[in-house]
Design a protein around this ligand. Structure first.
Ligand SMILES: Cc1cc2nc3c(=O)[nH]c(=O)nc-3n(C[C@H](O)[C@H](O)[C@H](O)COP(=O)(O)O)c2cc1C
Length: 121
């Protein structure tokens, strides 16, 4: 079965459960938004009868653009929350965001993972 037929079938089955939302990691998690040729996640997303939460490599601009285009209903931000404990406020104020180095993510202890300062009040 092709990935699109597979995805279509899965989403049709999920629709029978009346779920609160559908959520994809669009691409390779925390790496790239490249997806295999012939797969269109935006097409699959529209088959779901409910809200869709997008994820993977979003920044505020892309989140707003894709929300306005009706491609997502909400966005899940991951890595930006590691290095920006006040992320929502920074985005609201248009402040710079800090980017955590990849080495800090997994198993390296607290340093560089949960010790990032706030930049906003
Ligand atoms: C340190 C770290 C831990 C993660 N743990 C999980 C997890 O437990 N379950 C999960 O579904 N995704 C996990 N993810 C993946 C994120 O949910 C998300 O898909 C990914 O970071 C891409 O989103 P982003 O570009 O906003 O960071 C993790 C990512 C990072 C960086």
């Amino acid at each position: 079965m092709s990935p699109m037929r597979h995805g279509r079938y899965l989403i049709e089955q999920l629709n029978t459960f009346n779920l609160a939302y559908l959520h994809f990691v669009e691409g390779a998690t925390a790496t790239s938004r490249v997806i295999p040729e012939g797969v269109d996640l935006d097409v699959l997303r529209k088959l779901f009868n409910g809200p869709f939460i997008g994820n993977n490599n979003y920044d505020l601009e892309m989140a707003i653009d894709r929300r306005e285009a009706g491609l997502i209903d909400a966005v899940a931000l991951g890595r930006l929350f590691i290095s920006n404990p006040d992320l929502v406020e920074r985005l609201r104020q248009g402040a710079d965001v800090a980017i955590a180095p990849r080495e800090a993510y997994y198993g390296g202890g607290a340093k560089g993972y949960i010790d990032w300062p706030k930049a906003t009040n």
